[in-house]
Design a binder for this molecule. Structure first.
Ligand code: AMP
Length: 224
C-alpha cells in the first residue's frame, strides 16, 4: 500500500540536510497530504517582511533556533487552519522538548495524535557536504549541489536557466552552528519519541529514491 492511501500525522525528525524536506515534498505530491515546513514558513515571513520574519531573521542567519514561543504559536495557527486535512507532515518541528510537549497537547485537544515520528539518520560529514554545497534556483526552485549534483554551468539552473543562490544559513559558519543546535536541542527528541514507541528510523545516507521507498513502506503502518 502506498503512503498516500492511508491517513497519517507524522513528524519528520533529523539533522539539517538529512533530506526531510525533499522527502516530505515527494510524499506531499500525493493527494490529500499537507507538508508543513517551519523553515519554509519562516523564510516566507522573512521575504514578506512580517513582524515574525523580522524577529526570526537574526536567529536564522546565525544558525540558531528561533525562540519556542514564536514557533509554537506559528505552528498551532497552521494546524488549526488545516484541521480537516487528512494527512500531514511536520518537517522541522518540533525541534526542542518544549515544542514537542506543546504539540502533544494541541493534538490531544484535537483528538488527532501523531501516527509516526520518522528519524532520518545521516552522518555529519555527509550533512556538511549536502548543506554547504546546496544551491537553489531563484526562478523554478530546483535544488542542486555543487559537490553531488552540479549544474552544467556553475551558478545557472539546468532546468530553466535561472540564477542559483545559496541560503544564507548554508554558509559554513552557520552550518556548524545549526549542527550544534541540533545536537544540543533536537537530539533529545529521539529518546522522547522512542520512549513513546513512535520512532521509525531510516538510513537516509542513500539516494532520495531509496529513502523514498523505505519511507513509503514505513508510513503505510501506524506506529504510535
Ligand atoms: P530549516 O529550513 O528547517 O533548516 O530551518 C531553517 C531555520 O529556521 C533554522 O535554522 C531555525 O533558525 C529556524 N527554524 C525552523 N524550524 C524551527 C523550529 N521548529 N524551532 C526553532 N527554529 C526553527
Amino acid at each position: 500500500m502506498g503512503a498516500a492511501e492511508v491517513s497519517f500525522r507524522s513528524v519528520f525528525l533529523g539533522p539539517p540536510g538529512a533530506g526531510k524536506g525533499t522527502q516530505a515534498h515527494t510524499v506531499a505530491a500525493g493527494p490529500g497530504v499537507l507538508h508543513l515546513s517551519t523553515g519554509d514558513m519562516l523564510r516566507s515571513h522573512v521575504a514578506q517582511g512580517t513582524e515574525l520574519g523580522a524577529q526570526a531573521k537574526g536567529f536564522m542567519d546565525a544558525g540558531q533556533l528561533v525562540p519556542d514561543a514564536l514557533i509554537i504559536a506559528m505552528v498551532e495557527d497552521q494546524l488549526a487552519s488545516n484541521e480537516e486535512s487528512g494527512s500531514w507532515i511536520l518537517d522541522g518541528f518540533p525541534r526542542t522538548i518544549p515544542q514537542a510537549e506543546a504539540l502533544d497537547q494541541s493534538l490531544q485537544s484535537a483528538n488527532a495524535p501523531l501516527t509516526h515520528v520518522v528519524y532520518f539518520r545521516v552522518p555529519n560529514e555527509a550533512l556538511i557536504q549536502r548543506l554547504t554545497g546546496r544551491r537553489t534556483c531563484g526562478d523554478c526552485g530546483a535544488i542542486w549541489n555543487v559537490h553531488t549534483h552540479p549544474t552544467q554551468t556553475e551558478g545557472t539552473c539546468d532546468a530553466c536557466g535561472g540564477a542559483l543562490t545559496q541560503r544564507s544559513d548554508d554558509r559554513p559558519e552557520a552550518v556548524a552552528q545549526r549542527l550544534e543546535a541540533y545536537d544540543k536541542q533536537t537530539k533529545p527528541l529521539l529518546d522522547f519519541y522512542r520512549s513513546k514507541g513512535c520512532l521509525v528510523e531510516i538510513d537516509a545516507d542513500r539516494s532520495p529514491d531509496e529513502v523514498s521507498k523505505e519511507l513509503s513502506d514505513a508510513l503505510a503502518k501506524e506506529v504510535c
